[in-house]
Design a binder for this molecule. Structure first.
Ligand code: RIB
Ligand code: CA
Length: 326
């Protein structure tokens, strides 16, 4: 099967790091580039973190593009670790990859148009606030034709929010961008907290990341430094790695269960960022999203660990992964 041509739009971010390194070691995915957005930490730091990760992976064929430094309309919010800024060099060593000159939005537009010209479509894995993706769609509506689907980590339907009692962070950080994407007509595959909370990674799993050479060791450093567990909430040890579910879904969709639904998002007021789904089609409106509701926890965990371990083998390059320059 031909690899998925994928742009990863991210706000690294510890779980973004797992998703990015997983994708860079997976032959099923041709990473066209990373488009970076502010989110977990300010844009300056998400760009530094993305460049460090690509450098660590040895995949110098994968460019990094800087995107939006803030949301479309609401005031800026960051993740709970915003104070740390970029990954400390002791956790993730500095590398020699530098950000491209072209903007992330222009890269998305150029890639989608090139796909259309080649009779293909790209996939966008949106694992941060969806500002870059929304800007590309609003400023250049024609690009929608070049996007097969937007596989996005975000939202909460049956689970309560974790950034506010009602909202998941990526949607909360830019609800207007999420609304634009949901209403764009581009097929959306959404990985909400309902599902990502089902797969909890423990210290034993983090230890196994260390099979993955320098990249795996860096991932171990990040996950063992920033505790993402919440035994009170989850009732057992471990924490989610939200963003990697988007990559796992592209590689092994059979590990997931989903249902079609019309979805929307609250963009103002106390419940800003609240996402809702009409799972029983009460409104008689066409579904605009595939909502991924369940995951095979063991299957997903083993897949992520196995792909990270590949960073410990021979040098990863585009010949091994079928990737190509953007
Ligand atoms: O709510 C989890 C999401 O917000 C993840 O993508 C995490 O990296 C943050 O961006
Ligand atoms: Ca993220």
């Amino acid at each position: 099967m031909k690899p998925h041509k994928v742009i990863i739009d991210a706000d690294p971010g510890v779980d973004d790091a797992a998703a990015i390194l997983m994708a860079l070691a997976s032959p099923e995915i041709e990473v066209l580039g990373l488009s970076i957005v502010a989110g977990n930490v300010p844009l300056r730091d998400t760009v530094i973190n993305a460049c460090k990760l690509v450098s660590l992976s040895g995949r110098r064929d994968v460019p990094v593009y800087a995107g939006a430094s803030g949301p479309l309309v609401r005031e800026q919010v960051y993740g709970k670790y915003a104070r740390i800024g970029s990954f400390d060099d002791k956790l993730v060593k500095a590398g020699d990859v530098v950000v491209a000159q072209e903007s992330a939005v222009q890269f998305i537009v150029r890639s989608a148009r090139a796909a259309v010209a080649a009779g293909e479509q790209i996939t966008i894995c949106a694992i941060g606030p969806m500002t870059n993706v929304a800007l590309a769609l609003v400023q250049h509506p024609d690009v929608a034709r070049g996007i097969r689907h937007i596989v996005s980590m975000g939202g909460a339907f049956t689970a309560l929010g974790h950034r506010t009692p009602w909202a998941e962070f990526n949607i909360y950080a830019d609800p207007h961008a999420a609304e634009t994407v949901f209403q764009s007509g581009v097929p959306v595959v959404l990985m909400p907290l309902d599902m990502t909370f089902q797969a909890l990674f423990t210290t034993e799993h983090f230890e196994r990341f260390r099979q993955g050479g320098e990249a795996g060791a860096a991932l171990y450093n990040l996950f063992s430094t920033f505790d993402r567990s919440d035994e009170k909430r989850f009732g057992r040890p471990g924490g989610p790695i939200h963003d990697a579910t988007t990559i796992a879904w592209l590689i092994r969709p059979e590990l997931f269960t989903s249902r079609e639904a019309f979805i929307g998002v609250q963009v103002t007021g106390l419940t800003m960022g609240y996402t809702y789904a009409d799972f029983y089609n009460k409104l008689d409106r066409p579904a605009n999203a595939t909502v991924v509701t369940d995951v095979d926890e063991a299957g997903f965990i083993e897949l992520l660990i196995e792909r990270i371990a590949r960073h410990g083998g021979e040098a990863l390059d585009r010949r091994l992964t079928g990737g190509s320059h953007a």
